[in-house]
Structures are given as structure tokens and as C-alpha cells.
Design a protein around this ligand. Structure first.
Ligand SMILES: Cc1cc2nc3c(=O)[nH]c(=O)nc-3n(C[C@H](O)[C@H](O)[C@H](O)COP(=O)(O)OP(=O)(O)OC[C@H]3O[C@@H](n4cnc5c(N)ncnc54)[C@H](O)[C@@H]3O)c2cc1C
Length: 280
């Protein structure tokens, strides 16, 4: 039961929404999958709620040359089903097991820190997405890793997601300790190959825990360029322990680091298997 009282508005533009948030120190309401529970427990008690549901400009998925623009109010179910969405991102959305959540939860809401791991954030990090934020009287565009690190004020209006090319291999992997709940850990890999060699690599990681925001482990596997499973396994052991994970009631930092290493290797195995199948 939500016992606190708060002001409420449902504006028609993102600029108006950003102005209301700034003026009242309020919170945006998107699909409500996190926020409504937080209001009920008192974890969130904003003086004002700004419903984003009537803002048409926050909706839609639009291919734009080498990238796709995805409106912040796009639901995970829409993301999972749209043909223009890079398959690895569609898979990340589909990996959220609860259909009720997929039908309500939005891209914008999935990129705010919640203390739990996110399926979407690692895929957006690995793909090199950029995030558009509308403020009360300005707008900024920033890399997803910066948005996730800083959570700037304003309304997240859209994300631009580069479409991987033929030289790219992408995969996600996740581990959930409870059914139909957010994962304990999720990772995504985008590996760019030059023939048999690994040219570049982006690894997005979300491992939950207090203050543990999704992060990008960029270039960790680039050196040397060898993408054999043994090399990947060895390099993961080198870099993941340094990433610094949190300990809480759900898992220890060591266990989280172990999961990340295991899942990154698993994602690479998936990419390798696909390359063998497709003759890449
Ligand atoms: C039962 C259950 C199972 C779940 N399982 C998974 C899972 O397996 N994997 C997973 O990744 N997640 C899972 N989730 C989490 C879920 O994906 C998030 O709750 C959801 O993505 C939040 O999106 P929303 O649109 O509902 O945001 P809301 O709950 O409306 O808002 C969440 C936060 O984001 C802010 N916000 C929302 N939109 C914007 C915007 N456009 N600009 C600025 N701020 C904004 C709000 O102010 C609030 O702080 C689960 C949640 C539940 C309840």
C-alpha cells in the first residue's frame, strides 16, 4: 500500500516533464515495475511524480543508417519483437523471464540504478549505445557508460544503438539465483574480428549489489588478439578480479567476480559456436 502523498502530472512533452522534475524535485514514472514497489515500501518517497506515459516523442523504434533509435518508453516486449533491433539486444530483453514485467518495463526505466542487476544495460554498453537526455532547458547526448555512471538529472528520451556489422560477434549470458526475478549477474560481449583474430572487444557487466552500477570492461581482451577459449579464460581471470564488486546479502564480491568470469567465457563460447556454424 502506498501511504505517502505526492503531487502528480502527466505532461505531453519531454521538456515539460524535465521542467516539472526540476521544479518539484520529483521522480519520473515509466512502466512502474521498480518505482511502484519502491513507493509501497517507502524506499522512494518523492514529493512529485511525473508520468511519462503520454509523451509520444518517447515512443517508437526507428532505423537510422548504421544505428537504431529507441524511444525511452519502448517496452522490453516491443524491443524483443522488433526486427530493426540488434538480435543481442532483443535477446537481452527476452531474457527478462516475467512476461508481465516485459510488457510494462521500459528502456528508460531499465537504465536507472536499482541495486539489482539489469539484463538490458550490459547489452547497451557492449553495443556502444549513446543516451539522449532532455533537461528543463537543454539536452545532452552521452555514452551509455557515462549515463550509467552518473545518472544525470532530466528525462532519458532515447538511446541510439549501433547495429553490429558482419565482422562483429555478439552474445549475452546471465545467471539468476531466483526464478522470475532480476539476475544476480548479466554480461554482454561485442567482439570485432579481423579474420581469425580478435580486433576489438566491448564487455558490458551488471552484477547488482549496493552501489554496483553496470560497467564497461572495455579493451580487456584486445591485447594479443588471440580469441581462443583458453586465452579468453586466462585474460578474464586477469581482469575481472580487479573490477571490484560489492558484497551484500545476495552474494560476495568474490562470487560476483567468479560469475562475471564464467559468463564472459560463456558469451565468448556462444560467439565462437556461431562463427563456426556460419563459417565466419
Ligand atoms: C518481478 C520482477 C522481475 C524482474 N526481472 C528482471 C529481470 O529478469 N531482468 C531485468 O533486467 N530486470 C528485471 N526486473 C526489473 C525491471 O526490468 C525494471 O523494474 C524495469 O526495467 C524498470 O522500468 P520501468 O519502466 O518499469 O521503470 P519505473 O519503475 O517506472 O522507474 C524506475 C526508475 O527509473 C526512472 N525512470 C524511468 N524512466 C525514466 C526516464 N525516461 N528518464 C529518467 N528516469 C526514468 C524512475 O524515476 C525510477 O527511478 C524485474 C522487475 C520485477 C518487478
Amino acid at each position: 500500500m502506498i501511504t505517502s502523498s505526492y503531487g502528480f502530472a502527466a505532461p505531453r512533452t519531454a521538456r515539460e516533464a524535465a521542467a516539472l522534475l526540476a521544479r518539484h524535485g520529483g521522480m519520473a514514472l515509466a512502466g512502474g515495475q521498480t518505482l511502484v514497489a519502491e513507493l509501497a515500501t517507502g524506499e522512494a518517497a518523492p514529493p512529485f511524480l511525473v508520468d511519462l506515459g503520454r509523451i509520444e516523442s518517447l515512443r517508437g523504434i526507428e532505423p537510422r543508417g548504421g544505428s537504431v533509435r529507441i524511444g525511452a518508453m519502448t517496452t522490453l516486449a516491443e524491443l524483443a519483437a522488433h526486427r530493426a533491433v540488434p538480435p543481442v539486444l532483443a535477446t537481452a530483453a527476452r531474457n527478462v523471464p516475467d512476461p508481465l514485467v516485459r510488457n510494462r518495463a521500459t528502456v528508460g526505466g531499465s537504465l536507472r540504478p536499482s541495486g539489482r542487476a539489469s539484463d538490458l544495460a550490459p547489452a547497451l554498453l557492449a553495443l556502444g549505445a549513446t543516451v539522449h537526455v532532455t533537461g528543463a532547458d537543454s539536452a545532452v547526448t552521452l555514452p551509455a557508460e557515462e549515463y550509467l555512471a552518473r545518472s544525470p538529472a532530466g528525462v532519458l528520451s532515447a538511446v541510439d544503438v549501433p547495429v553490429p556489422g558482419p565482422a562483429d560477434g555478439c552474445a549475452v549470458a546471465r545467471f539468476a539465483d531466483r526464478p522470475a526475478r532480476p539476475p544476480l549477474c548479466a554480461v554482454a560481449v561485442r567482439a570485432t574480428f579481423a579474420g581469425d583474430r580478435l580486433g576489438a572487444c566491448r564487455i558490458g557487466v551488471s552484477a547488482g549489489g549496493p552501489a554496483q552500477r553496470p560497467t564497461l570492461l572495455e579493451r580487456s581482451l584486445e591485447r594479443g588478439g588471440d580469441a581462443s577459449p583458453d586465452t579468453v579464460r586466462g585474460r578474464c581471470a586477469e581482469f575481472v578480479s580487479a573490477a571490484g564488486f560489492a558484497t551484500d546479502g545476495a552474494a560476495s564480491a568474490d562470487y560476483r567476480a567468479h560469475l562475471v568470469r564464467t559468463l564472459v567465457v560463456r558469451a565468448f563460447d556462444r560467439i565462437a559456436a556461431r562463427r563456426v556454424r556460419d563459417g565466419g
